[in-house]
Design a binder for this molecule. Structure first.
Ligand code: CA
Length: 221
């Protein structure tokens, strides 16, 4: 599932360039050019991260950050005009996760976005992996397709969870075999058998498990 980044920036050209870079890196983007729209979109689109310009029409970035923080832990990266502003902002304790000073390179912003998302994911509880209609709850080991519960063996579950953690990424059979733990007597074909069973048990979600010839398997994002 692609992460959604809300870009809040009143300079259209900047917002556009940031959007292009983020989309190229596989993110989905939403754009707001003032603080009021930012709050509306934040509620409507539930972004995974907010890139927030400080100086905005209608409601400024500080106030947007305050209102979002009052209700949510969504990561916020502040885009600020000058270096000295950062000290002031940190002092205000807005709970922004990072600050980028203008002028910035879009590449740098994308790198910060990825770093912040990595950090927040690392802190997340074992959590729920969901890819399309398929979901795997890692704390209860419940797997669902279109909300319908599916019973899996521990091995099937481990393989599915490993694939679903990073949708689109192809995992080799040897890697999947290693996920199962004791592989001394196991054969790579064990993995094929598990995947075959998974496809059958997952029903309508089964075709989300893709074979990449000569390489391995992946969950289609
Ligand atoms: Ca601005």
């Amino acid at each position: 599932m692609n992460k959604v980044i809300l870009i809040v920036e009143d300079e259209a050209r900047l917002a556009e360039i940031l959007g292009e870079y983020l989309v190229r890196e596989g993110f989905r983007t939403e754009r707001a050019k003032d603080g009021k729209r930012a709050l509306e979109l934040w509620r409507a689109a539930r972004p995974d991260l907010i890139l927030l310009d400080l100086m905005l029409p209608l409601i400024d970035g500080l106030e947007v950050a305050r209102r979002v923080r009052a209700e949510s832990d969504v990561p916020i990266i502040m885009l600020t005009a000058r270096d000295e502003e950062v000290d002031k902002l940190v002092g205000l304790g807005l709970g922004a996760d990072d600050y980028v000073v203008k002028p910035y390179s879009p590449r740098e912003v994308v790198a910060r976005v990825k770093a912040v998302l990595r950090r927040t994911n690392a802190h997340a509880p074992s959590g729920l992996l969901s890819v399309g209609a398929l979901s795997v709850d890692l704390s209860t080991y419940l797997t669902r397709c279109h909300g319908e519960e599916i019973a899996l063996t521990p091995s099937e579950l481990q393989i599915l969870a490993h694939l679903a953690r990073e949708p689109g990424v192809v995992r080799g059979r040897a890697e999947l075999l290693a996920v199962l733990g004791d592989d001394r007597f196991a054969d790579l074909r064990t993995v094929d058998a598990h995947v075959k069973n998974l496809r059958r048990k997952l029903g309508p979600c089964g075709d989300q498990l893709e074979t990449v010839r000569g390489v391995g398997y992946r969950v289609r994002p």
